[in-house]
Design a protein around this ligand. Structure first.
Ligand SMILES: *[C@@H]1O[C@H](CO)[C@@H](O)[C@H](O)[C@H]1NC(C)=O
Ligand SMILES: *[C@@H]1O[C@H](CO)[C@@H](O)[C@H](O)[C@H]1NC(C)=O
Length: 393
């Protein structure tokens, strides 16, 4: 008898210790679309996080209403956690349910995979009218759909992010971060619904992502190194942007970025680097390549803007302290709608160095011939096709 009990005990504890499957439905989730299932999700995460073998969290098909959900480590013994996400997750529209200002957060993890056919629906349409960030610089930020903080060795694959209240994805302080096969969707006129914002990260790949939003499809912030972005379709939205940089003291450099093989359609901007005019401390952007990008009916296809000041209220403009060098634009082609296809407004204090333009073919699509390029403080070399022609400095 004692032996049997010990054996059962052994199997039981060993079972837990070995990880295995952890299903939200077995931890109290209702999946009725009405009951807040956040506690059940967090209980499932806790069990997986405390196990010591590879763990899989199952979120089966079904509609789950959720306030804020924290998937936070550190998970000391578990070598990796896979979240198999096939559910339809609906964010609550009551903002009191998001005390820390976030919806689903993943933090302090190592070896996390979030994969499946599921959807994170931020239900932003009910909330967007509360966004007053255009008028109010100190506006309260609305919840991001998915936030990753110090999530190293992460894979995000297959899922959809829909109608976020604010940005769809925020990824910070995460190293070895891989994103593939996502859909990110919000209306073109929804406020600040950026597709993906990444900063203070290294070794990031973002591939095969369809993004249609009301703001930047992808924005790349300070402190980035070794980032590959490819096979993106972007539009509507504001394009793919590095920056804005140089807003806060102590920002880190951005280096080693490749953005290639992508199509940007009907957006305000195509590919852009922007830094604030009044940067409080110096930083640098270097070794950036934009390659093989098709732009269709984009207002401003190529822009470097070092006088960035969206409110128009930046007193005593001093030249940006963000140094831009070694940026290549290769095989960028398509059509544009504004007066200017290529805008290069670099800092008077630190002119852009080592800009390379190779095979640029941007055709004006509109009523009248337009001024094609506008440049300030730029050192650039040109090769291959150049339509429009290079700036005359
Ligand atoms: C993630 O990697 C960074 C850089 O190596 C490290 O400082 C940080 O502690 C790691 N975080 C986790 C949760 O492992
Ligand atoms: C530029 O960045 C790419 C991509 O991260 C990297 O492979 C390459 O070594 C870098 N080149 C230099 C000169 O640093």
């Amino acid at each position: 008898m004692l032996k049997l009990a010990l054996l059962l005990c052994f199997i039981y504890f060993n079972g837990i210790a070995q990880g295995g499957n952890f299903n939200v439905m077995e931890n109290g989730a209702k999946a009725d679309g009405k009951t807040d299932d956040a506690k059940a999700f967090e209980a499932t995460w806790k069990a997986a996080c405390e196990s010591s073998g590879p763990a899989t969290i199952l979120i089966p098909k079904g509609t789950y209403l959720l306030g804020a959900v924290k998937f936070h480590g550190p998970c000391k013994a578990v070598p990796r956690i896979t979240i198999k996400m096939d559910g339809y997750l609906k964010a609550d529209t009551n903002l009191n349910k998001f005390p820390s200002g976030d919806w689903v957060t993943f933090a302090w993890t190592n070896g996390l995979t979030v994969s499946g056919t599921g959807t994170f629906d931020g239900q932003g349409a009910a909330i967007w009218h509360l966004n007053d960030c255009q008028q109010n610089e100190k506006c309260k930020l609305l919840p991001v759909n998915l936030k990753f903080v110090s999530a190293n060795n992460t894979v995000v694959n297959g899922i959809t992010s829909l109608n976020s209240k604010n940005f769809h994805f925020g990824v910070v302080e995460s190293h070895k971060f891989r994103v593939t096969n996502l859909k990110i969707v919000a209306p073109g006129d929804s406020p600040n619904t950026d597709g993906m914002h990444v900063e203070r990260c290294s070794d990031v790949t973002i591939q095969n992502v369809q993004i249609a939003t009301g703001d930047d499809c992808i924005s790349l912030g300070q402190g980035l190194s070794n980032v590959l972005i490819s096979s993106i379709t972007c539009g509507p939205g504001h394009g793919i942007s590095i920056g804005s940089l140089g807003k806060y003291p102590g920002e880190k450099d951005v280096t080693g970025l490749i953005i290639r093989d992508s199509t940007i359609t009907g957006t305000m901007n195509g590919v852009r680097i922007k830094s604030w005019a009044n940067s409080p401390s110096p930083s640098a952007v270097s070794n950036v390549t934009f390659e093989n990008i098709v732009l269709k009916e984009v207002s401003n296809p190529i822009i470097i803007d070092q006088l960035y000041c969206p409110s128009g209220r930046c007193a005593n403009q001093v030249p940006s302290l963000v140094k831009i060098s070694d940026v290549s634009f290769k095989n960028i082609r398509g059509t544009y709608l504004s007066d200017v296809a290529v805008t290069l407004h670099c800092s008077l204090g630190f002119p852009c160095q080592g800009l390379k333009f190779q095979d640029i073919n941007l055709q004006y699509r509109g009523g009248r011939a337009a001024a094609a390029s506008s440049c300030m403080n730029v050192k650039a070399v040109y090769s291959g096709t150049q339509v429009p022609g290079p700036c005359v400095a």
